[in-house]
Write a protein that binds this ligand. Structure first.
Ligand SMILES: [Zn+2]
Ligand SMILES: [Zn+2]
Ligand SMILES: [Zn+2]
Ligand SMILES: [Zn+2]
Length: 433
């Protein structure tokens, strides 16, 4: 297999294919599925796995026939893939590609990464066994070389397309194709794979492979596609295009179907086999799949996940005026968001969540006053790597938003000053600057 992969023609772009894990660490991990119960089974892991595998298979098949791209490796360990493995695979690809050209040319060649799997509701990060692969992990690539195309068919991946804006005029030739529009879920058609990927495979030949395509052809394919695309071009300028919103379209469709089903239900005994209403409703919702094995939960034992005020309002318009912390009463609008249970509408302000979590672990949380805040003006909490892993699903490492360096225990940093709402971090050096 390895030899076959290396037979790439000169000038073709290597693509690393990555499959997400079935049961990620992240409490905010989401994958929205569509009518999964065709075979009568319960919605769950096997169908998720099938969807991701179909995606990788389809993309690999497309790449094999592509004039522009080739598959450089397929990374798939649906049970145990960890963030460090993903980082290593990316570094291996970059090392190989850059080592080849450094002697002759100065410019790094284009590379690509394709991901299909769970996306985190807090910012679209990729969810693995030990924690989330954050957009911030790509920043060293953006800073040092640019020239990368990211294809992410996962929930909330559109958030990455928005985050790329920050890199305008600081990097070049970076594309992000996202399976969802910002703040929304991507849809997985189960046995057919992700709906965005299915549409992309029709768009990409037009966009990248077939020079004979007219502008109209490309526009037509774009209009059919799902999600969005952000790009920083060769001059460093940022561009953003939005395709269709699969989630919104599905909701609309279900709304209409709901009306006709209700009418039908009045006549029949309501034993409709193509999914009852409540289940269909669950299918499109990007329900958090993580489980609360420990930690602070709502009174029903559901895991809480951090959401900004904007994310809360997007999910529940009734939260627009702010919702009080269920412990201290502080308004989510005032503090910027909450640790939230969607099912019970239970909310804790970040401070209470952190205090209760410390209590649960038999310690007490002592707030450390620092002058710095996150970009949104929220307070920063001093948390160690274990706490960052437990509360914000960091993989025992983080990227500092001040110096962009990765901090790990091996590097001598065991804590960060952290905003759990924005996933913003400062290392000990940068917080005292
Ligand atoms: Zn509180
Ligand atoms: Zn709950
Ligand atoms: Zn720093
Ligand atoms: Zn913040």
């Amino acid at each position: 297999m390895a030899e076959q992969r290396q037979n790439a023609k000169m000038g073709q772009i290597p693509i690393l294919l990555i499959a997400g894990v079935m049961s990620p660490h992240s409490k905010g991990a989401a994958r929205a599925r569509l009518n999964m119960d065709r075979d009568g089974g319960k919605k769950g892991a096997p169908s998720y796995l099938a969807g991701v595998q179909v995606d990788l298979g389809n993309v690999d098949k497309y790449l094999q026939n592509s004039k522009t791209f080739y598959t450089c490796n397929i990374v798939q360990n649906t049970k145990n893939l960890e963030v460090k493995d993903v980082i290593k695979e990316m570094n291996d690809m970059l090392y190989e590609v850059d080592a080849d050209v450094k002697k002759k040319e100065r410019k790094s060649p284009m590379v690509g990464v394709y991901y299909s799997g769970h996306g985190c509701s807090n910012g679209g990060d990729w969810c693995f066994k030990d924690g989330d692969f954050s957009f911030k992990f790509l920043e060293s690539v953006l800073r040092k070389r640019g020239n990368i195309k990211i294809f992410s068919d996962s929930c909330f991946s559109g958030d990455w397309a928005v985050k790329l804006k920050k890199w305008e005029y600081r990097t070049r030739n970076v594309w992000i194709f996202a399976g969802s529009v910002p703040g929304a879920s991507a849809l997985d058609g189960g046995d057919e794979g992700g709906m965005a990927t299915a549409k992309w495979l029709k768009l990409f030949p037009k966009l990248f492979d077939d020079e004979a395509n007219s502008y109209d052809d490309v526009m037509e394919a774009m209009h059919q596609s799902y999600g969005c695309c952000a790009k920083i071009d060769d001059d460093g300028e940022y561009h953003y295009i939005e395709f269709r919103d699969a989630h919104a379209e599905y909701k609309l469709q279900q709304g209409m179907k709901g009306i006709s089903l209700a009418n039908k239900g009045a006549e029949s005994d309501g034993d409709d086999s193509d999914g009852d209403d409540s289940d269909a409703d669950d299918d499109y919702k990007a329900e958090a799949v993580g489980v609360a094995s420990s930690g602070v939960t709502c009174s029903m034992g559901h895991p809480l996940r951090f959401m900004t005020q904007a994310q809360l309002v997007a999910e529940k318009p009734g939260y627009a005026n702010g919702v009080g912390c269920d412990r201290c009463g502080k308004s989510a609008k005032k503090v910027g968001g909450s640790a939230h249970c969607s099912r019970c509408e239970y909310d804790l302000c970040p401070q209470c969540f952190i205090e209760l979590s410390a209590e649960e672990n038999g310690s007490s949380y002592k707030p450390v006053e620092v002058e710095k805040t996150c970009d949104e003006g929220h307070p920063l909490y001093k948390l160690n790597l274990v706490e960052l892993n437990e509360y914000s699903d960091y993989p025992m490492a983080y990227i500092c938003d001040g110096c962009f360096e990765m901090s790990t225990l091996a590097k001598g940093y065991d804590h960060a000053h952290h905003c759990p709402l924005c996933r913003f971090d400062l290392c000990p050096k940068c917080v005292s600057k």
